[in-house]
Write a protein of this length. Structure first.
Length: 335
C-alpha cells in the first residue's frame, strides 16, 4: 500500500469543510470524494488497456497524457510502482528525435513534444533532464519569428508551430508554454514577450470573429497562455477572454467537439479559472456558479461503468486520460 500523501490528506480536509457556509467551500464535499474515487476507476481502466509496448492507442500524445494522469493522481504513482509506469516512459523515450522533438507524426510534433515534456517533468527524475532540455529547445525554436521569415506585424508572429506548417494553433499554445515554463525556460527570454504578442492577437481575433464550436476553446486557452507567458490578470486580453467565458453558459461548447478538443476545452477552462483565482463565476443572467462543482459534475456524468470516458465517441483511452487530467487539476487546486 502506498504511503499517505498530501492529496490523500485532502479527504480529511473535505470532511472538515463547514456545512453552514457552502458559498465559501471550494467544492461540494461529496463531489470531491466522488472525483477521488473516479480517478481510481479511470486509472484502473487505463492500466488494463495499456499495450505490451507500454503505449496507449499507439500514440505519443495519448501515452504521455495517460502517464501524466498516473503521476499526478492523488496516489502519486512513480517509477518505483512498476512496469505500468516504466513501460510508457520507455515507449516515450523511443519517440525522441535528434532535433529534440518527440512523437511520430511531424504534423503534431509541437503538441506531442509539449505533453511528453510535461509528463517527464512530473516524474521528478533527473535522468530525463537532458531530454527535457532538448525538447525545450525544440519548442523554443518552433516559435515563429524573424528567424523563420515571419515579421512582427504578421498575426502568426510569436506562435509556436509544427515544422513546415507555419500555422500555430491557439489551443495548443498553452500546452507548449506550460512545457516551456515547467522545464525551466529563462523567465527573461524574449520568447515570452513574443508569445504574448501572438496570444493577444489570436485570442482577441478568435473571440471577436468566430462562432464555431472549436472557437469556444479560444478564450480559455488564451487566458492560460497569456498568464503562463507573463501577462498579468489585468491584461486587457485576459479581461476580454474572461468576459467571453462569462457571457455564455459555462460548459456550452458551441457545438460538437472532437475527443481531443473536448479535453482541451475542459482542461483550459480549469487551468484558466485556477490561474485567475476564481471559485465562482457569474453566468448569463447574473447567477454565480461554483465552476469546480459544475465541471466535476459534468465529467462524472460522462463516466461509464467500465471505468472509461468517451466510449462510442472516439478514442476512449484519450477521453479517459483527458478526464483524469482535468479531475487531477481540480483536486490539486483544493490543496
Amino acid at each position: 500500500m502506498k504511503m499517505l500523501t498530501p492529496l490523500l490528506l485532502l479527504l480529511a480536509a473535505i470532511a472538515c469543510w463547514p456545512i453552514a457556509t457552502p458559498a465559501q467551500m471550494p467544492m461540494d464535499r461529496e463531489l470531491a470524494v466522488q472525483a477521488l474515487k473516479h480517478t481510481d476507476y479511470g486509472l484502473r481502466f487505463l492500466r488494463d488497456r495499456q499495450a505490451d509496448d507500454g503505449s496507449w492507442s499507439n500514440s505519443t500524445y495519448v501515452t504521455a497524457l495517460a502517464l501524466h494522469a498516473f503521476l499526478e493522481s492523488y496516489q502519486e504513482y512513480n517509477e518505483a510502482d512498476g512496469a505500468f509506469i516504466t513501460r510508457p516512459l520507455t515507449y516515450l523515450l523511443g519517440q525522441a528525435h535528434e532535433d529534440g522533438s518527440i512523437g511520430g507524426s511531424p504534423a503534431q510534433r509541437v503538441r506531442d513534444t509539449a505533453i511528453t515534456l510535461i509528463a517527464l517533468k512530473a516524474t521528478g527524475n533527473a535522468r530525463y533532464n537532458s531530454l527535457l532540455s532538448k525538447g525545450r529547445a525544440f519548442l523554443a525554436d518552433a516559435q515563429l519569428d524573424e528567424a523563420h521569415g515571419i515579421a512582427p506585424t504578421d498575426p502568426r508572429y510569436g506562435g509556436i508551430a509544427d515544422p513546415g506548417s507555419g500555422q500555430p494553433q491557439l489551443e495548443i499554445q498553452y500546452l507548449a508554454l506550460q512545457a516551456l515554463r515547467e522545464t525551466g525556460l529563462d523567465p527573461q527570454s524574449p520568447i515570452w514577450d513574443k508569445a504574448i504578442t501572438y496570444l493577444r492577437r489570436a485570442s482577441d481575433r478568435d473571440t471577436r470573429d468566430n462562432a464555431t464550436a472549436a472557437s469556444t476553446l479560444a478564450p480559455r486557452a488564451g487566458i492560460v497562455g497569456l498568464l503562463l507567458a507573463g501577462a498579468g490578470v489585468d491584461d486587457p486580453s485576459v479581461a476580454r477572454a474572461f468576459h467571453e467565458i462569462t457571457a455564455r453558459p459555462l460548459l456550452d461548447t458551441g457545438g460538437p467537439l472532437s475527443t481531443l478538443e473536448r479535453f482541451l476545452f475542459d482542461d483550459s477552462l480549469a487551468a484558466a479559472l485556477i490561474a485567475l483565482g476564481k471559485s465562482e463565476i457569474e453566468q448569463p443572467g447574473g447567477n454565480p456558479v461554483n465552476w469546480r462543482d459544475a465541471l466535476a459534475r459534468d465529467l462524472l456524468a460522462r463516466y461509464h461503468e467500465d471505468g472509461s470516458w468517451g466510449r462510442g465517441t472516439g478514442d476512449s483511452n484519450l477521453a479517459t486520460a483527458g478526464a483524469l487530467t482535468v479531475l487531477n487539476r481540480i483536486l490539486h487546486s483544493l490543496r
